[in-house]
Ligand binder design. Structure first.
Ligand SMILES: [Zn+2]
Ligand SMILES: [Zn+2]
Length: 266
């Protein structure tokens, strides 16, 4: 039963467009840029909505495009704070908003690799969330989305994610340094969202700390034969349009920076 005077998001709120699409809820790397969230992407089909990563400020942006009770699941690529920090407040959002709207209280499935799941259990033990291994999402899919994952190169256990629907594919690199696993997972992806944390002049440092540059992202996209590339996880203070220009100069795949609250057809 809703509390008197409680204003809920409209039930039919949903990201613009139709069919398989991806909305950028946050693209900032490591910590939020002014007015910008860290990593979060909402993947939507006609009927299934999955949030991939839940960084700082992502839930505030989610509430602009989707009522939280319509989320089917959350996928976490790894346990770094810029990918999970809004999880700390997610139980309140589920209990105070989603569960007041749903006829049945159901925990939100959270799919995470073992080390992330263990970190989550240390951080929160809450009935609003139900943690499953990533392998379960790969085996069963989520709604009408098929799921595949690949371990990538990062200081903590990190998995890139591929979601498919109706013959189209979206791939998210997560955080990673150069690795052949990335191009393997992104093979012929229709939309490849790839991290580019540091500029090309800092390629050595980027690789050392498990990140990519615009040229390295462009190379991975070209190797994969991806059809479209969006750059994400750009460290604060660097110009996303310059990063996209650098990536465009380094490979043939059409590229632009992911833009907050923009929705992209897959
Ligand atoms: Zn990160
Ligand atoms: Zn990370």
């Amino acid at each position: 039963m809703l509390a008197p005077g409680l204003v809920m998001p409209p039930d039919d709120l949903e990201p613009p467009g139709r069919g398989f699409r991806v909305t950028c809820l946050g693209r900032a790397g490591s910590y939020p840029a002014p007015g910008e969230a860290t990593t979060g992407y909402l993947v939507s089909t006609g009927t299934t909505h999955v949030l991939v990563d839940c960084g700082a400020g992502v839930l505030a942006n989610l509430l602009r495009v989707l009522p939280p009770w319509r989320l089917a699941a959350l996928i976490l690529t790894h346990a770094h704070p810029d990918h999970v920090s809004d999880l700390v407040v997610l139980p309140h959002l589920i209990e105070w908003v989603a569960w007041r709207r749903l006829s049945q209280r159901r925990p939100l499935p959270v799919y995470a690799a073992p080390e992330t799941a263990a970190a989550l259990e240390r951080l929160l033990d809450d009935p609003t969330l139900e943690v499953h291994p990533l392998a379960a999402a790969e085996a069963r899919g989520i709604g009408d989305l098929a799921v595949r994952c690949a371990r990538v190169e990062h200081p903590v256990e990190t998995w890139a994610v591929r979601l498919e629907h109706g013959g189209a594919s979206f791939v998210f690199s997560a955080d990673t340094g150069p690795t052949p696993a990335l191009a393997g997972l992104a093979r012929e992806a229709d939309l490849f969202v790839c991290e580019a944390t540091l500029p090309d002049e800092m390629a050595d440092r980027a690789g050392h700390i498990g990140h990519l540059t615009p040229a390295l992202a462009a190379q991975a996209a070209a190797e994969a034969g991806a059809r479209r590339l969006l750059l994400t996880h750009i460290a604060m203070g660097f110009d996303p349009d310059r990063f996209a220009a650098a990536a465009a100069a380094a490979g043939p795949v059409p590229v632009e920076p992911a833009r907050p609250l923009e929705t992209y057809p897959v």
